[in-house]
Design a protein around this ligand. Structure first.
Ligand code: PLP
Length: 379
């Protein structure tokens, strides 16, 4: 049976893992070695030279990422941000980038504060508005950077249409697939060139490891450049971190589904709450991207945002009063997190001041509802 015929639940458990030939160990060994012995003829019979270029534990993780995203190859990085940075560096100076205005703020900061001085021109657009995307394309456009669902407004962009716009413009298309993960959405199936992941989030799944990944549909020239930068720049994860992410991947489908079910229930509950102004969740039929999300996703994900009545201080008070839910940034862990997004995004933020983002975990949903109800009642 080919890997392509296997279901994601099966790939999550088996892709990149085989029983250790030397010991029969079912759990993968970790290879901390930074260097690998040459054969007497000077060659490298096992294919590994030095861990910055490649490491066996990292290769296992990369195999798993590629299989889940349906890609030709994957490259694992020390963080999601390092993965994104490598894409931008691979473009070279002088290129123009069209990026989602509601992309993760750290990616936008990279574009604004690191890559713009490096002579990259950037246009930020609402990628859910295809006319705006078409209008932003220039002759020098080399990259279309999308994030759907977006962060933190959960906007949905049309993956098929965006991939076609990029293709017509001769630009590379990359989708930050961190929120959805390949369990809910596979950008390469929609014609995207590369899917990008912060594996810190759902893949790791336990808020205890940083990681990132790029998965390509084709091992083309751009991909060769990315591979070169991965080894030359050295933003690679440690073997132990690769092992943790790979261990998390095995339960990714279970956790993503549990978080998605909980988020759907919470979104419905909050939408009816008298102290909630608006809920941003693509699973709600009132969400403008609901029909599109239902078409291109296999579930609406575990992240939702909501605005509260009475402004910023009320939002901060709600976050201050939760007891079970943790006040912390990040997402995709087993525990539910709440965050006042504008505070962490800094002065450049476009996020409403009264918005709270929830990364819904895998606890019992009734306990989460009770915690939020109490915090909202005391607002
Ligand atoms: N993309 C999204 C959607 C994120 O939420 C994050 C982190 O919060 C990143 C990328 C960056 O990932 P990392 O923190 O692993 O660098």
């Amino acid at each position: 049976m080919s890997d392509a015929a296997l279901h994601p639940e099966t790939l999550a458990v088996h892709a990149g893992r085989e029983v250790d030939a030397e010991t029969g160990a079912v759990a993968l060994p970790i290879h901390p070695s930074t260097t690998f012995e040459r054969a007497a003829d000077g060659g490298f019979p096992h294919g590994h030279i030095y861990t910055r270029y490649a490491n066996p534990t990292r290769t296992h993780l990369e195999t798993c990422l590629a299989a889940l995203e349906g890609g030709a190859e994957a490259a694992a990085f020390a963080s999601g941000t390092a993965a994104a940075m490598t894409v931008f560096q691979a473009l070279g100076p002088g290129a123009h980038v069209v990026a989602s205005a509601d992309a993760y703020h750290g990616i936008l900061r990279l574009l604004r504060e690191v890559m713009t001085p490096w002579d990259l021109a950037v246009s930020l657009v609402d990628t859910s508005d295809l006319d705006a995307v078409r209008a932003a394309i220039r002759p020098a456009t080399r990259l279309l950077w999308a994030e759907t669902p977006s962060n933190p407004l959960l906007k949905i962009s049309d993956l098929d249409a965006l991939a076609a716009i990029a293709r017509d413009a001769g630009a590379i298309s990359v989708c930050d697939n961190t929120f959805a993960t390949p369990i809910l959405q596979r950008p390469l199936d929609h014609g995207f060139d590369i899917s990008m992941l912060s594996t810190t989030k759902y893949f790791g799944g336990h808020s205890d490891v940083l990681g990132g990944g790029l998965v390509t549909g084709a091992a083309d020239k751009f991909w060769e450049r990315i591979r070169f930068l991965q080894g030359a720049g050295g933003a690679v994860p440690s073997p132990f971190d690769c092992w943790l992410v790979l261990r998390g991947a095995a339960t990714l489908p279970l956790r993503v589904r549990a978080a998605t079910d909980n988020a759907g229930r919470l979104a419905e509950h909050l939408a009816e709450h008298v102290r909630v102004e608006r809920v941003y969740y693509p699973g709600l039929s009132t969400h403008p991207g609901h029909a599109l999300a239902a078409r291109q996703m296999k579930g609406f994900g575990g992240v939702l945002s909501f605005t509260v009545t009475d402004g910023e201080s009320a939002a901060i008070n709600v976050a201050a009063r939760v007891r079970l839910i943790k006040r912390a940034t990040s997402l995709g862990g087993v525990e539910t997190l709440i965050e006042h997004r504008a505070s962490i995004e800094g002065p450049e933020t476009r996020t409403p001041r009264n918005l709270l983002r929830l990364s819904v975990g895998v606890e019992h949903v009734d306990d989460l509802i009770a915690d939020l109800d109490e915090a909202l009642a005391n607002k």
